[in-house]
Design a protein around this ligand. Structure first.
Ligand code: CDP
Length: 206
């Protein structure tokens, strides 16, 4: 089991996918699961900060995360990346009942696979504290903004940068499973490294 955590734009998804491909393992993007809950709350007209209503929603929600993201049978692959979901996801991710249920599903995935690459914010600290390899990816603020928003001056750039900063702040300071460098995690700065170099560094830890 390989646990990859880090803030938005640190390279988690790209690296997790590439490590999984290199090792012939499956990969789970847990952020897509939190985004799916936020997507379903907006779909159903539920206030994402209404902890009781969102807790009930997550219990009955079907979420499949693979190459596509299917929520209650509907393809939500693109919708979960939109700005409405990016704004709503922070409230949903602070909901302890949501975390408990999604962590249960993530551990079940890991048990079924018997090995895999999981990425998120709390994988090394909470979901898989006994993972064989734990990595915490970082990158400079300007590089993370560039990866997510493109070069400055492009339409929408400032909004994406503001959303990253806001989510990082909330994710790091929340009470429920905040983003931390897990015990035993190796910190890798991806700012000036190619994807292949980062994958080499992760695989070398096995
Ligand atoms: O792709 P990006 O890094 O922008 O975010 P993501 O991995 O899709 O996660 C979206 C949001 O879900 C994060 O900002 C966290 O609030 C939450 N999340 C979490 O709380 N725990 C996880 N294991 C994964 C995501």
């Amino acid at each position: 089991m390989i646990a990859i955590d880090g803030p938005a734009g640190s390279g988690k998804s790209t690296v997790a996918r590439a490590v999984a491909a290199r090792l012939g393992l499956n990969h789970l993007d847990t952020g897509a699961m939190y985004r799916s809950v936020a997507f379903a709350a907006l779909r159903d007209g539920i206030d994402p900060s209404d902890d009781t209503a969102v807790a009930a929603l997550v219990q009955r929600l079907s979420i499949e995360v693979d190459e596509w993201v299917i929520v209650d049978g509907e393809d939500a692959t693109e919708a979960i990346r939109g700005s409405a979901v990016s704004v709503a996801v922070s409230a949903v991710a602070q909901n302890q009942a949501v975390r408990t249920e999604l962590v249960r599903r993530q551990r079940a995935w890991a048990d079924e696979q018997g090995g895999g690459v999981m990425e998120g914010r709390d994988i090394g600290s909470v979901v898989l504290p006994d993972a064989d390899v734990k990595v915490y990816l970082t990158a400079s603020d300007s590089e993370r903004a560039r990866r997510r928003a493109g070069e400055s001056g492009q339409p929408g750039h400032d909004e994406v940068v503001a959303d990253l900063a806001r989510r990082d702040q909330v994710d790091s300071s929340r009470a429920a499973s905040p983003l931390v460098v897990a015990d035993g995690a190796v910190v890798l700065d991806t700012t000036d490294r190619t994807v292949d170099e980062v994958v080499d560094a992760v695989v070398a830890l096995l």
